[in-house]
Design a protein around this ligand. Structure first.
Ligand code: URA
Length: 233
């Protein structure tokens, strides 16, 4: 049986981060909530989330939110304070008031820029980050000395051991783009993985930028900007 899409209006607005459940009564009183052309009159009324408008606008991502953020260098992927500016400062505050609040799908280091997915859909976080996920992530890297063609083979063999780990990295694809720059595609998400892979071969990664994550590409999204995207099936 298909899930019942009807939701209580006050619960719906509060779960989407618009306001508290109590405040919905004021919005109703002010005639700001409608179902089609008809003003809603009761805060506890059950409604189809896709048909409700607030001030004439449809509700934002009623089935769950997925966005791409172009993370700038210098921002940390944490909800806690004290480690510098956080990626959450770049997002609408309403997203943090959703229940559950949005979170990043995995993390990028403070010094890494590029594509970060933001969502409140727990199953999607799991699907994209579980060890068995096998999601391709593509990084542009700039290193401190000339790249050796032998790295292509070293990274692709699937036997590269990182310091302190007991399992080798899965095979990764390296494309050398210029003497100091390369594109690396990996399917895992180990701690500082790209920097550590290069470090294992004596390279220091000076710049690291994620271009894509699974089917999602950063495209021409500006640094610090976000874009809502559709949830994959
Ligand atoms: N690998 C890293 O070393 N850092 C990142 O931010 C992402 C992948």
């Amino acid at each position: 049986m298909a899930p019942n899409p009807m939701r209580r209006l006050d619960q719906l607005l509060s779960s989407l981060g618009y306001c508290s459940r109590r405040e919905v009564a004021s919005l109703v009183k002010a005639g700001r909530l409608k179902l089609g052309d008809i003003a809603l009159t009761k805060a506890d009324q059950r409604v189809n989330p896709h048909l409700v408008t607030l001030d004439g606008e449809p509700l934002e991502a009623p089935d769950g939110l997925l966005a791409m953020l172009h993370k700038p260098v210098g921002y940390v992927c944490t909800h806690s304070e004290g480690e510098g500016p956080t990626i959450y400062e770049l997002l609408p505050t309403q997203w943090l008031d959703r229940k559950p609040a949005v979170t990043s799908v995995g993390r990028l280091d403070k010094d890494t820029s590029g594509l970060l997915l933001i969502t409140d859909i727990g199953s999607l976080v799991h699907r994209y980050t579980s060890p068995k996920a096998d999601v391709e992530k593509t990084y542009l890297t700039k290193v401190d000395r000339e790249l050796d063609q032998r790295l292509i083979d070293i990274f692709s063999r699937g036997d590269l051991m990182l310091r302190g780990e007991t399992k080798p990295c899965l095979a990764a694809k390296l494309e050398i783009l210029s003497p100091f720059t390369a594109r690396l595609t990996i399917t895992e998400g180990r701690y500082h993985q790209v920097r550590r892979m290069f470090a294992s071969q004596g390279y220091h990664v000076e710049k690291l930028h994620r271009e894509s994550f699974g089917p999602h590409n950063l495209g021409d999204l500006e640094v610090g900007e976000w874009d809502l995207i559709s949830v994959p099936d």
